[in-house]
Write a protein that binds this ligand. Structure first.
Ligand code: PEP
Length: 248
């Protein structure tokens, strides 16, 4: 059975003390055992997060990683730096990285390969922009973005989590309707099935991301092909994030 996952992307928010407060709130909270929970702090807060969450089953993931093994890449972090620090999961392909840091498909292919080769699990994000949806192109855009991972049939697919994040719903308060989310997730699963077979498609968790909050999580998570959420804004409050994990 594929897992239900609630993953928080903290982005570039929270001071050290605010992060500690959030982590302590999460550590004190409860959520169903069947739900896998992850938080994605900034690099500088990874160690602090692991320490505060040590006695919980909440896992800590990185928001990014560099494609090269090592070397003169000022300001960057390698896969080995992450794995040697006990980090097992990394977000790749987020629309903010695609848009603001020019992460195109060629670069993302390198990052995906580097992360998987290092044994990291990836949360691979993709999704259409508003004008693309208005033109009815969302399936084509998603299929093209997914090629980065679908073209990796030899990969260990137990280490790949997919996150459909329509760009028009990220940080905007706009959410895809449960029907829109289900329609796209079913399409994504069908693409995985065509290329990797029914078993991999059944086992792959496909998360929805885009203004998920306690008030809408339940109806989105009830959709048969939605296996959880990648959450931005609402993951910055322990109470909200826990409420989302409890929405299954
Ligand atoms: C995100 O950035 O991955 C995201 C889904 O953000 P938000 O929940 O704030 O829309």
């Amino acid at each position: 059975m594929r897992k239900n996952i609630v993953a928080g992307n903290w982005k570039m928010n929270l001071t050290h003390s605010a992060a500690a407060q959030l982590l302590e709130g999460l550590a004190a909270g409860s959520y169903p055992e069947a739900v896998r929970m992850l938080v994605g702090p900034s690099f500088i807060q990874l160690e602090q997060s692991q320490r505060i969450l040590a006695d919980t089953s909440i896992q800590v993931m990185a928001q990014n990683v560099h494609q090269a093994a090592k070397g003169a890449y000022t300001g960057e972090v390698s896969t080995e730096m992450l794995t040697s620090a006990g980090i097992q999961t990394v977000i790749l392909g987020h629309s903010e990285r695609r848009e603001m840091f020019q992460e195109d498909e060629a670069l993302l292919t390198q990052k995906v390969d580097a992360a998987l080769a290092a044994g990291l699990e990836i949360v691979f994000c993709f999704g259409e922009k508003l004008d693309e949806r208005k033109q009815g192109k969302q399936n084509d855009v998603v299929a093209q973005q997914l090629e980065v991972v679908l073209s990796r049939p030899q990969a260990d697919w137990s280490k790949i989590v997919l996150a459909y994040e329509p760009v028009w719903a990220i940080g905007t308060g706009e959410t895809a309707s449960p029907e829109q989310a289900q329609e796209m997730h079913a399409f994504i699963r069908s693409l995985v099935e065509q290329r990797l077979g029914a078993e991999v498609a059944e086992q792959t968790s496909i998360l929805y991301g885009g203004s998920v909050k306690p008030s809408n999580a339940s109806e989105i998570f009830q959709q048969p092909d939605v296996d959880g959420g990648l959450v931005g804004g609402a993951s910055l409050q322990a109470e909200d994030f826990l409420a989302i994990a409890n929405a299954f």
